[in-house]
Design a protein around this ligand. Structure first.
Ligand code: SF4
Length: 431
């Protein structure tokens, strides 16, 4: 997920992209000035983030995964990872963590070249990945600040029960809100939270048609490479703000315009004129060679019509919206509903549904070497999706921000073979 816009590779920029770039730059400038202005900040993670709640206390969110992926896009991650490995962190550790640590040891300079403030609170919303917990244990040793943890129950049975909801709401009331009150010096203001949640729902209402526009042929968007830009504001610091509402309204307008004109997605190398393959992707993109990776698809006329990665910060396209009438309950449901908190059968079901609803030609898994949490089970998922859908599946491997694990020639080869396989299936079907 991405605030990837700060290192935008696009030649042509739509208004929404420029707007996003401005929003993110302003946010980082505000963070850089926080030590002078006295604004306080909260380090927290993307999946299960409590952005509206945090911002209702006038606290500023900082997302370490976003900083790590930004470092990857800016060519800094190799150096940062090497610093962390010299400190003793093994090659197998999640590279987001090592990149973040290396950045911290190198002065904590954020994506816009300005120093990030130290956290006033480490807020861990624990959704599905054990590494999140270890990551904040490390940060706790580095910073003199309190830690608050929200334990989000895993959807092992594939549903959210009343007991699970109550359990999360109780923690919000007893642990998280008091921690935010202590750090901010403000009282919890539920009316303000409701207003912010209403803004979230409006932004979400405009995001979903953008994602679902890819059901059309040709798709006006790329829902993976382009998708990470579209998700930037809603997955990071802007949910619950008027800026996010305006951004998604503008984005929706642009996408609907492209749809009316029958145009394909905009890519860094221009517009895709002929959509030859429609693909569903599981797994995050590689950030160190993001543009090169994307070009391997555009060169073949391959458009990603749906992806699970763009759901790690919320599965809005299956109906979830923040509900201002039930502020804490809705936050609890949001945290439990993120993709990272879903079990394997639900992830398989989601992929099959995307293949069908988006009339895709096949599934591609980009398995991330250092993300043990989500790479585990992907081969089983691939086989299951293949056998249920009858559509061909492909498997490639790379990493998030460690350039040592992006082998361009190897990935290109595999992609070409995969697209040929789809072509052959098509020929057979029409023979
Ligand atoms: S292991 Fe995977 S899910 Fe966990 S923090 Fe790293 S990249 Fe994110």
């Amino acid at each position: 997920m991405s605030a990837a816009e700060t290192k935008a590779p696009f030649v042509h920029k739509d208004d929404s992209q420029l707007r996003q770039k401005r929003m993110i730059a302003e946010h980082f400038t505000r963070l850089a000035r926080a030590p002078q202005t006295g604004e306080k900040c909260v380090y927290t993670f993307v999946p299960g983030n409590l952005t509206e709640l945090v911002r209702s206390f006038d606290l500023l969110p900082v997302l370490p995964e976003i900083n790590a992926l930004q470092s990857g896009m800016r060519g800094k991650s190799r150096e940062y990872i090497s610093i962390a490995e010299k400190l003793g962190h093994s090659e197998d550790v999640c590279t987001y963590v090592k990149c973040d640590l290396g950045m911290l040891r190198s002065g904590n300079i954020g994506p816009t070249g300005e120093k990030l403030p130290d956290p006033d609170l480490l807020l861990l919303s624990y959704t599905g990945c054990f590494t999140f917990m270890k990551w904040f244990e490390i940060l706790r040793q580095e910073y003199d600040c309190p830690v608050a943890m929200l334990h989000v129950p895993y959807q092992g049975e594939g549903r959210i029960t009343e007991a699970m909801r109550r359990y999360v709401v109780e923690q919000l009331r007893r642990e998280i809100i008091p921690a935010l009150e202590r750090v901010s010096g403000r009282r919890y203001d539920e009316d303000r939270l409701r207003q912010m949640l209403a803004l979230s729902a409006r932004a979400e209402d405009d995001l979903v048609p953008v994602l679902q526009s890819a059901r059309n042929r040709p798709s006006p968007i790329d829902a993976y490479f382009g998708g990470v830009y579209y998700l930037g504001p809603i997955f990071t610091a802007f949910r619950g703000t008027a800026e996010a509402v305006e951004y998604y309204r503008a984005l929706r307008g642009e996408v609907e315009q492209r749809l009316c004109e029958g145009r394909g997605p905009v890519t860094p190398d221009g517009e895709i004129e002929e959509e030859r393959f429609r693909i569903v992707v599981e797994g995050p993109p590689n950030w160190t060679s993001f543009r090169e990776f994307w070009k391997m698809f555009t060169d073949e006329g391959a458009v990603v019509v749906a992806s699970t990665y763009t759901k790690v910060g919320g599965v809005y396209d299956f109906g979830f919206r923040h509900d201002p009438s039930r502020p804490l309950e809705t936050l609890a449901e949001y945290c439990m509903g993120c993709y990272t908190n879903l079990n394997l059968p639900d992830r398989v079901g989601m992929l099959c549904r995307y293949l069908e609803e988006y009339a895709a030609d096949g599934l591609l898994v980009n398995s991330i070497k250092s993300c043990n949490s989500f790479s585990a089970g992907q081969l089983m998922m691939l086989r299951e999706v293949e056998s249920r859908s009858g559509k061909p599946a492909g498997f490639i491997e790379s990493d998030l921000v460690d350039p040592r694990y992006f082998s361009a020639a190897n990935i290109k080869n595999r992609l070409e073979s995969y697209f040929q396989m789809i072509e052959q299936k098509r020929r057979k079907a029409s023979a």
